[in-house]
Write a protein that binds this ligand. Structure first.
Ligand code: FEO
Length: 168
């Protein structure tokens, strides 16, 4: 595999791992603050990001590349509001999408068509995740500071997220 592409894939391992830890931290914050539905949502997101990371690790190994399991920065652990929590979620997903688009671009430059093909799965996944993050943040912006609205949002978050993804 091209060295530049291998480096980009290893960077992506780190971004997916960081997202997993970030969402774990968000789940824990929600849990500690009485938002059980939001906690479950982020615990599940954290697991998903771990799967994204592992899929990359296995792919690099299949292609006889060198996997570098990264050290991670400490994730943000404290949030002033639900809006802030979901703003961080959306910002993180936008960042990951940009990185994936960059890998796709570089794959074409280096004629790494197998990697390009493999990365299409991530493109589809990011579309869904970014749309989910946007939908949830839009709902929160409508709710504003209304506490009973937050209660209902917490109760219904998984339904909202699933409805947003549509039929599989
Ligand atoms: Fe795997 Fe949502 O980035």
């Amino acid at each position: 595999m091209n060295q530049a592409i291998e480096k980009l894939l290893n960077d992506q391992v780190k971004y997916e791992a960081s997202a997993s830890m970030q969402y774990l931290s968000m789940a824990s914050w929600a849990d500690a603050n009485g938002y059980n539905g939001i906690a479950e949502f982020f615990y599940a997101q954290s697991e998903e990001e771990r799967i994204h990371m592992t899929k990359l690790v296995k792919f690099i190994n299949e292609r006889s590349g060198n996997v570098i399991v990264p050290a991670l920065d400490k994730p943000k652990g404290d949030y002033g509001s639900l809006n802030e929590l979901f703003e961080v979620f959306l910002e993180n997903e936008i960042f990951v999408t940009e990185q994936i688009n960059h890998i796709i671009y570089e794959c074409l430059q280096h004629k790494e068509y197998n990697v390009h093909n493999f990365m299409q799965w991530y493109v589809t996944e990011q579309l869904e995740e970014e749309a989910t993050a946007r939908t949830l943040l839009d709902k929160l912006n409508i709710i504003g500071d209304d506490k009973s609205g937050h209660y209902l949002f917490d109760r219904d978050i998984n339904m909202i997220a699933e409805a947003n993804q549509g039929p599989e």
